[in-house]
Each structure stands twice: as structure tokens, then as C-alpha cells.
Design a protein around this ligand. Structure first.
Ligand code: GDD
Ligand code: MN
Length: 396
């Protein structure tokens, strides 16, 4: 059985005047990568010998590969003194291998790279530079300038984007913190994850780092995901299942997560009430337009202004007495009510302007059907109106 969670040497990390023996530890997780490991180690050593001579270590974490990658890699340590090999016989899995590697690592900055040459080693220099300039986390990304995938099948592209979309729904803040949250190529300052129990499932260790870590500044570097030259990917349907499981676990833990893991608490019930009130306003507006225009024979513009303002009064009253009742009760006095009413008017007016701008953007810019564009514009403005009123007017 795997232990449930791992913590990086907390005792040492609790002293702030911590001195690390070396600057950088790079973990290379392997499973059946015998044919690429030598080239990988050679390229990485060449790059790192130049920028961080004797101030780095390469740590291969192999899960007892049937092709004996561990044994093969062990032979390389004579030639590459900064290389170490860890062979795990009890545990299996990419994320836990990475964490095991980090636990053994001595560097102030820790990182991970695939062993199969799909992550270009030279990108490491840019990642190190980002960390040097103050980033807590530097992620190699396929989705920023300079990034891409060499020749993925449509299916894999769709699966990859679909997974990202699903993640956005379950954990919006974590998934939108970087353009490539599925990346397995990144560096992180050890202090950002020290003392934090990491509890990953499956392949996507970066989600765990962003969600639970103590991370403020994130930087990204573009890279092109190379074709695999030798060996084969270990990705199967199992990885998608694990990924979903991981997302749900992080979501459940969201109260205990770090900066990026904290969820925006959207008051759903309140919003539904607000939307209903908006709908009632629409009916009031229509009925009064009929009344002023058709019955009293006012001009159309004048009728629309009267009807619109009375609909706003209707919405205000319902929102003040129902949607935001509890909040309204916390603000005393008639003057406060008047103030809220005036503010509500201004916010609605700005919403109207925003709606017209959005409608034009969606219609002319994105070439959407006019009615669809109108519907989307109304939906967006409703959320906007709600949020601004909640925060600035009824003040949650
Ligand atoms: N120790 C260990 N144990 N290593 C593993 C295991 C395992 O169970 N499974 C995979 N690895 C190693 C592989 O040997 C390789 O070095 C690296 O982890 C990535 O595995 P691949 O199977 O080659 O993954 P991929 O190419 O499909 O996916 C890569 O790209 C993703 C971006 O979509 C990985 O880098 C992912 O981390 C990355 O998110
Ligand atoms: Mn790969």
C-alpha cells in the first residue's frame, strides 16, 4: 500500500535561515526508458555543467523498470558524478516518484523533466532564469509563445483540451493559473512546497503543487513537445480516471489549499434570486412600454425611458427586500436605502452600456448570430450586475 501523503523534510524547512547544500535538483522519473536515458543525462549535464557547475544534481527515480533502466542508469553515475539513481521496488506511479525524488533532493530549487526527450533540455535555462528573477514556480508550457505540440493526433489534442476544460469547471483557479496545467516539466522553489503534505494521484503532479503549494509568482516558458523517438508513452485511460479523481480530491480539500487552490465562493442561491428579479423586471418593462406607448400614446423613446426606470425600481425593491435582504438589514436608515437605490441605478446603466459593447463585439467581432450574441451579452451583464451590486452596493 502506498502511504497517503508525503511531506518534504519539514523539520529542516521550518527554520527560515535554511541553507541548502546545492542550488538545483532535477528529478527524472523513468519507467522503461533505457534507450533514451543516456542521451538525456548527457544533454542535461552538458547544459547544467555550464551554468551551475557542481551546484546541481540529477536524480533518476525508476520504478523497477522491467527493461532495467535503473541498472543501466547506475552505470552512468561513474561518468556523471552529479547523477544519482533511486530504484523504487514497492511503489509505482509518476507523481509519487517525483515526490520521492524531491524528498531526497538537496537543492533549493527542485524540478522535474521527462526522460524520453519529449521535453527539450535547453528550455531548462529559461526556466532557471525565471526562478532567478523571482518566480516561485516556472512552468514549461505548450500553450504560450514558442510552445506547441509537434504532431499530435486530433484525438489526443481533443482529449488534452477536454481534460483542461473539465479541470476548469472543477478547479477554476488552479487550472487557469497557468496556460499548461498538465505540464510535467517545471521548476519550483523548495520553500514553496516544504512542510506541505502533497497527496497526488496519477500523472499531474503540477496540479498538486499549484493547488497546495505556497505559490505566489508563476512564470511560463514556451516549449514544443517533441515526438517520442524511442519507447512508448505510459498514458492509458487509467490516467484520465486518475486525473478526474485528483481534481475531485483537490476540490474537496479546497478549504485547506494554498493561494491558488482557494475557490471563489460564488453565491449561487443569491444569484438565482437576482436572475429571477431581473426576469420580473423584463416583464414589468414590457408591460409598461405597452401602457405608455400604446395606451397613453407617448413617443417610443419617452415610453422606453419611463418603462425602463420603473423596471429598475421594481428590481431594486425586490433585490433589497429579497435577494440581498440580510445584507440590507445590516445597513441602517432610510438614507442608506436611497443611496443603494441610486447606486443600483448607476450600476444598471453601466451594465446597459457594457451590454451594448458586448453585443457589438460578439456580433461584429466573433460573427455570432445576433440573437445568440444578445443572449450571451445579457447573461454576462447579469453576472456583472450581480457581482458589482453584491460587492459594492449591498456589500457582502
Ligand atoms: N518512476 C516512474 N513511474 N516514472 C514514470 C511512470 C511511473 O509509474 N510513468 C511514467 N513515468 C515517466 C516516463 O518514463 C517518462 O519519463 C515520464 O514519466 C512521462 O511519461 P510518458 O508516458 O512519456 O508521458 P507522456 O509523454 O504521455 O506525457 C507527458 O506529457 C504530458 C503533457 O501532456 C508527461 O510529461 C506528463 O507529465 C505531461 O503532463
Ligand atoms: Mn513522454
Amino acid at each position: 500500500r502506498l502511504p497517503q501523503s508525503f511531506s518534504m523534510d519539514g523539520s529542516a524547512a521550518s527554520t527560515s535561515s535554511l541553507v541548502f547544500p546545492i542550488y538545483f535538483s532535477l528529478i527524472i522519473p523513468t519507467f522503461n526508458e533505457r534507450d533514451s536515458i543516456e542521451k538525456m543525462v548527457a544533454q542535461l549535464s552538458q547544459i547544467l555543467d555550464e551554468v551551475l557547475p557542481n551546484d546541481y544534481e540529477l536524480l533518476i527515480v525508476d520504478d523497477n523498470s522491467p527493461d532495467r533502466t535503473w541498472e543501466y542508469a547506475q552505470h552512468l553515475t561513474d561518468q556523471y558524478p552529479n547523477l544519482q539513481v533511486m530504484r523504487r521496488q514497492q511503489e509505482r506511479g509518476l507523481s509519487t516518484a517525483v515526490i520521492r525524488g524531491w524528498q531526497a533532493a538537496r537543492g533549493e530549487v527542485v524540478g522535474v523533466i521527462d526522460a524520453d526527450l519529449q521535453h527539450p533540455p535547453e528550455v531548462l535555462l529559461k526556466l532557471l532564469e525565471k526562478i532567478d528573477r523571482g518566480a516561485d514556480l516556472a512552468v514549461a508550457s505548450r500553450h504560450v509563445e514558442g510552445g506547441g505540440v509537434s504532431s499530435w493526433s486530433a484525438t489526443r489534442r481533443i482529449l488534452s483540451r477536454g481534460a483542461q476544460l473539465l479541470g476548469l469547471m472543477i478547479l477554476p483557479r488552479v487550472l487557469s493559473s497557468v496556460s499548461d496545467p498538465m505540464s510535467g516539466y517545471f521548476l519550483v522553489k523548495r520553500q514553496a512546497i516544504a512542510e506541505i503534505p502533497l497527496n497526488p494521484v496519477g500523472y499531474k503532479i503540477l496540479l498538486e503543487v499549484i493547488g497546495r503549494g505556497n505559490i505566489r509568482q508563476i512564470a511560463e516558458v514556451g516549449y514544443v513537445f517533441q515526438e517520442r523517438e524511442v519507447g512508448e508513452s505510459k498514458v492509458t485511460w487509467r490516467q484520465y480516471k486518475d486525473y478526474l479523481h485528483h481534481l475531485v480530491r483537490l476540490r474537496v480539500d479546497s478549504g485547506r489549499l494554498g493561494h491558488w487552490g482557494k475557490q471563489i465562493n460564488f453565491p449561487v442561491g443569491r444569484f438565482i434570486r437576482f436572475a429571477f428579479v431581473g426576469l420580473s423586471g423584463l416583464l414589468v418593462d414590457m408591460a409598461l412600454l405597452y401602457f405608455f406607448y400604446a395606451i397613453l400614446s407617448f413617443g417610443l423613446t419617452r415610453s422606453a425611458i419611463f418603462a425602463g426606470e420603473l423596471a429598475i425600481v421594481n428590481n431594486f425593491l425586490w433585490n433589497d427586500r429579497w435577494t440581498f435582504k440580510d445584507l440590507a438589514q445590516k445597513q441602517f436608515g432610510r438614507q442608506q436605502t436611497l443611496k443603494r437605490f441610486l447606486k443600483f441605478n448607476i450600476i444598471c446603466l453601466m451594465g446597459l452600456i457594457l451590454k451594448i459593447l458586448l453585443l457589438n463585439l460578439l456580433f461584429n467581432g466573433f460573427h455570432l448570430n445576433a440573437y445568440l450574441a444578445n443572449f450571451l451579452a445579457i447573461a454576462i451583464v447579469t453576472v456583472w450586475n450581480f457581482w458589482i451590486n453584491l460587492k459594492l452596493n449591498w456589500r457582502v
